[in-house]
Design a protein around this ligand. Structure first.
Ligand SMILES: C[S@@+](CC[C@H](N)C(=O)[O-])C[C@H]1O[C@@H](n2cnc3c(N)ncnc32)[C@H](O)[C@@H]1O
Length: 467
């Protein structure tokens, strides 16, 4: 279905780097139609900060025919910019500039900002750019954005400066920010810094999975003190939603906004193959756990550039969810891309430790000596779940899943890292519930039993689990 690829296309083309997933025309028109009643001015200055093919500009020209509109579009891609120039050559009310919106300063402010911003995942944003964008969000908004945030988070925060007081902002976003950790800054922004008016979740039934829903979300707010209720709606049309409910602003303080849409209740996944919902990878091979995994002094442990907590079930008995609050019980694994010069300069203790490692031939072990830089681990995103894939047949309860609700944890290769496919991110809790109920005997069926009763489940085998 077309809407699935709106945010979830995995093709490795250039357009992915610029997050070029265009809004369907009908959807842009549906959105503009739905926000028209909030626009009380006759003349409206509008900004489309990621214009693409101009789908929103066209919808605005069509639906706001009875208003004086002046539309400025920004687009980074020269090919698209020249197409937009051709398209609006004879339209005096539309002007397009070729720019990186995140590099533009707000000289002129707008009554309305409307867009579907680029959806570029954090892994596709270079470290330098990330640092610059993080600084920008702190400078402009006093907001610290997680290094795991997708580009649209920075886009939305930066756009705040381009909005007139009382101006309105309308964003078509992937629904993931409702529940994930890096989305928290947006949830806080929408709760405390602006007046959130409406959120609409587009729901479509994907034929491949009967009853499973995928979502994209429209967020509408004004740059004003928060007052009144928020209208929450759901359905295949924003202008004529299937369900609607008014929610008090106080109830938005709940951490998981997904609940507002009650999306879980619609999903029926019983008996499906786990691999249809997730990807599975082995944990990282450090090359020498004794050297790389340490209890670190707090100040070093908290420096995201150097290390990341590493899962250890012995330190986490009887708990089933790793969160930001409990991640500190774990030791840390050295997890950095910093080069030696920077380490020598900024982290003399670590430099000394690395030298000690070299004196003791840690850099000459099989894995370390095959790396480009011997101490630099492969960097992986924190998973959605972790699974201990080696256990004894007599102690099948050891084969258990933990849920990961933080973006600061990794596991070594005695574990499997499980990642929800993008379109199923909103099913994290319900899938976890199913995983905890899988009969232990199934692990014997999918895995291999070795001498002495050891059972091992390989990544490919885990995909075959029935949930
Ligand atoms: C998700 S597409 C959406 C386009 C259009 N808003 C729509 O709804 O169809 C995002 C667009 O932003 C552009 N883009 C990406 N990074 C940008 C940036 N830093 N500044 C301005 N435009 C950017 C991409 O080239 C792409 O055309």
């Amino acid at each position: 279905m077309k809407q699935l690829s709106l945010f979830g296309d995995e093709k490795k083309d250039d357009y992915q780097e610029l997050g070029q997933y265009f809004t369907p025309e009908w959807m842009a028109r549906d959105i503009v139609k739905s926000i028209k009643s909030y626009l009380d001015k006759e003349s409206v200055d509008i900004l489309e900060p990621a214009a693409g093919e101009g789908v929103f500009i066209d919808a605005l020209r069509e639906e706001l025919y009875d208003k004086n509109v002046l539309i400025s579009g920004v687009e980074i891609d020269p090919k698209l910019k020249s197409r937009l120039d051709d398209k609006y050559r004879n339209d005096r009310n539309v002007s397009i500039s070729r720019n990186d919106f995140l590099n533009v300063h707000a000289k002129k402010k707008s009554d309305l900002i409307i867009t579907n911003p680029p959806y570029v995942r954090s892994q596709k944003i270079s470290r330098l750019q990330k640092l610059r964008l993080q600084e920008l969000s702190v400078d402009e908004m006093g907001i610290e954005v997680s290094g795991y945030a997708s580009l649209y988070v920075y886009f939305m925060l930066h756009a705040h400066c381009f909005l007139k007081q009382n101006g309105m902002s309308v964003w078509l976003l992937p629904g993931d920010f409702l529940g994930n950790n890096y989305g928290r800054v947006l949830r806080e922004y929408l709760t405390n810094k602006v007046d959130l008016l409406r959120m609409h979740m587009y729901t479509f039934t994907e034929s491949y999975f009967e009853n499973a829903t995928v979502s994209s979300l429209v967020v509408v707010f004004k740059k004003e003190q928060p007052t009144g209720d928020v209208l929450i709606t759901k359905g295949s049309r924003m202008a004529v939603p299937d369900e609607k409910i008014d929610i008090q602003k106080n109830d938005l303080e709940t951490d998981k906004w997904l609940k507002l849409f009650n999306v879980k209740s619609e999903v029926n996944i019983v008996g499906q193959r786990l691999g249809d919902f997730v990807d599975v990878k082995r944990g990282i091979a450090t090359g020498n756990n004794a050297f790389f995994i340490k209890e670190l002094p707090r100040n070093i442990a908290e420096d995201n550039m150097l290390s990341i907590p590493v899962y250890d079930p012995k330190l986490f008995l009887n708990k089933d969810t790793i969160t930001d609050a409990n991640v500190n019980v774990f030791k840390h694994v050295l997890y950095t891309r910093l080069d030696r010069e920077v380490i020598g300069h900024k982290y003399p203790n670590l430099e000394e430790y690395l030298k000690w490692g070299e004196d003791n031939d840690i850099d000459k072990k099989y894995i370390t000596s095959h790396r480009k830089v011997w101490y630099q681990q492969e960097i992986r995103k924190s998973p959605d779940y972790i699974f201990g894939n080696i256990f004894n047949a007599k102690r099948l309860e050891r084969a258990r899943f933990v849920k990961v609700d933080t973006d600061r944890i990794i596991a070594t290769n005695s574990f499997l890292l499980i990642y929800l496919k993008p379109e199923f991110k909103n099913m994290k809790d319900i899938l976890f519930d199913k995983l905890t109920k899988v009969p232990h005997s199934q692990f014997l069926e999918i895995g291999r039993v070795y001498g002495g009763g050891m059972v091992k489940v390989e990544p490919k085998e885990l995909l075959e689990l029935r949930i």
